[in-house]
Design a protein around this ligand. Structure first.
Ligand SMILES: [Cu+2]
Length: 178
């Protein structure tokens, strides 16, 4: 009998342990911002993918990743306008487009120049001016309808967006890490 209670207690402890991370994750996020992953370290990247940004397209159509995979994107803005690489859900992209539209209207940024100051630093996105190159490393967490997109006004609508799928079975599209 005492053995039965000991087992039950152990089982309950295990259940509590398993559910805790999910609850903890819920405290620092909200329904509008799902856990899409986190900034990663280039030194720990599983893959490196070169992406050229032009007016208005990516050289990458879509991306297939594994849950927890860290990818470094070597971005190059080869266009004549400002472009962004942003990892998010359609809802997050929409919100960001509204923000950018406001910054454009207020003169904080232009179609060629990034906003001045530090008022525009989201961990899940990077903006590049014409001719600029940058590295962006992200650790992906399995998310429904995840996309990489450019939220400079009008660009998403003209097709500067690609899907991120988590089937993880498609061969890597990027070059192997050296
Ligand atoms: Cu763009």
């Amino acid at each position: 009998m005492s053995n039965f209670f000991a087992k039950s207690a152990a089982l309950m402890a295990a259940v509590a342990f398993v559910t805790t991370p999910a609850l903890a994750g819920g405290t620092h996020s909200n329904a509008d911002k799902p856990e899409i992953g986190a900034p990663g370290k280039a030194a720990h990247a599983d893959r490196v993918i070169d992406v050229s940004l032009t007016d208005n397209a990516y050289s990458l159509d879509q991306l297939s990743v594994r849950d927890g995979e860290t990818i470094t994107f070597r971005l190059s803005n080869d266009g004549e306008f400002l472009h962004e690489f942003n990892v998010g859900t359609p809802k997050m992209h929409q919100a960001h487009q509204d923000e950018m539209m406001e910054m454009l209207d207020s003169g904080m940024m232009s179609m060629e120049k990034k906003p001045k100051g530090k008022g525009h630093a989201d961990p899940n996105s990077i903006l590049l001016e014409p001719g600029e190159t940058a590295e962006f490393t992200w650790t992906f967490a399995k998310t429904e309808s995840l996309e990489f997109a450019c939220n400079v006004p009008g660009h998403y609508q003209s097709g500067m967006v690609g899907t991120v799928s988590f089937d993880g079975e498609v061969a890597p599209t990027g070059e192997a890490k050296s």
